[in-house]
Design a protein around this ligand. Structure first.
Ligand code: IPM
Ligand code: MN
Length: 357
């Protein structure tokens, strides 16, 4: 089984190294091939997603991705910025279904900024559409405004759109996922204002008829943002578009104590996937050995489960992560009074040690 390993920028290389260590400790032999991506690739080849990296990603059975981005690339033209690498991979490989589970481990309830009774036992799944929406909409650009009030001024514009088949395929992913969980789907939109959302909601209702055993509800995104901090456990599966999903998944991440705990899977229609932590490259802490590798390690578990057909190995990794938390080991982001602070590498080693037990 060939896995493309794309560490990227900032803390990417540090956390991916821990996940690779865990993969190698599992037993089965994986063919791991590493390639530069993001700013690291730009520095070498002048492009954030060089053809060789894209080819490797295409030919692999799964992709393990770290993170991309650094302030030092802020002045580059948009198409050369590190973020274009992850957006390009999602688009070229048609990874339209982004699964972001937000689980609050009992051991970490104290690390959350919310009260324990609000987040304790939280287990929700955000499903974010990843190939459409305003992220990829055309036309887009910066032009001269024709608005009477602001005529002649510069204006930025981006087009939001979703076609029926795009909504239908992400809807089906959500309903299927809900069937394996508590059988509830909440579709988040802004149908009171946006045509795109009006169509989104119509399609969700139609697709939902094929899943009479799953309860479908709808919520406006502003309310959803509020309900996520008010009563997050009322949700099970949340399905939403690319932009709303980007925002809500960061919010959901903090319910769990730290965004450093959140894995993600980005899947195509055949369950080929790219696996990455939900967090970014965190250049402010890069190279300091303090980043939390658990989101990346848990992403590896998702890879084994969804793309590689190895659910037993996925369970072993998740159990090992549970074990290191029970042992009281914490990186800085999840450290609370009484727990033992460990470095990125020590956390990776502890997961490996817990695996073999
Ligand atoms: C994410 C990130 C990306 C996104 C950026 C890096 C382009 O924030 O994966 O959530 O906006 O999708
Ligand atoms: Mn994001």
């Amino acid at each position: 089984m060939k896995i493309a390993v794309l560490p990227g920028d900032g803390i990417g290389p540090e956390i991916v190294a821990q996940a690779v260590k865990v993969l190698n400790a599992l037993g089965p032999k994986f063919d791991l091939e590493t390639a530069p991506v993001g700013g690291a690739a730009y520095d070498i080849s002048g492009h954030p997603l060089p053809p060789a990296t894209l080819d490797l990603a295409k030919s692999a059975d799964a992709i393990l991705f770290g993170a991309v981005g650094d302030w030092k690339y802020d002045s580059l033209a948009r198409e050369l910025r590190p973020e274009q690498a992850i957006l390009g991979l999602r688009k070229h490989l048609e990874l339209f279904a982004n699964l972001r589970p937000a689980i609050c481990y009992d051991e970490l309830t104290a690390a959350s900024s919310l009260k324990p009774e609000i987040v304790g036992g939280l287990d929700i799944l955000i499903i974010r559409e990843l190939n459409g929406d305003i992220y990829f909409g055309q036309p887009r650009g910066i032009r001269t405004s024709e608005l009477p009030l602001f005529k002649g001024a510069r204006e930025g514009f981006d087009m939001m759109h979703y076609s029926e088949p795009e909504v239908e395929r992400i809807g089906r992913v959500a309903f299927e996922a809900a069937r394996l969980r508590s059988k509830k789907v909440c579709s988040v939109d802004k149908a009171n204002v946006l045509e795109t959302s009006q169509l989104w909601r119509e399609v969700m209702i139609r697709v939902g008829k094929d899943y009479p055993d799953v309860e479908l509800s709808h919520m406006y995104v502003d309310n959803a943002a509020m309900q996520l901090v008010k009563a997050p456990k009322a949700f099970d599966v949340v399905v939403t578009g690319n932009l709303f999903g980007d925002i809500l998944s960061d919010e959901a991440a903090m319910l769990t104590g730290s965004i450093g705990m959140l894995p993600s899977a980005s899947l195509d229609k055949n369950n080929k996937g790219l696996y990455e932590p939900s967090h970014g490259s965190a250049p402010d802490i890069a190279g300091k050995g303090v980043a939390n590798p658990l989101a990346t390690i848990l992403s590896t578990a998702m890879m084994l489960r969804y793309s590689l057909g190895m659910p037993a190995e996925a369970d072993r990794i998740e159990a090992a992560v549970q074990s290191v938390l029970t042992q009281g080991l914490r990186t800085a982001d999840i450290h609370t009074a009484g727990s033992q602070m460990v470095s990125t590498i020590q956390m990776g080693d502890a997961v490996v040690a817990a695996l073999s037990k």
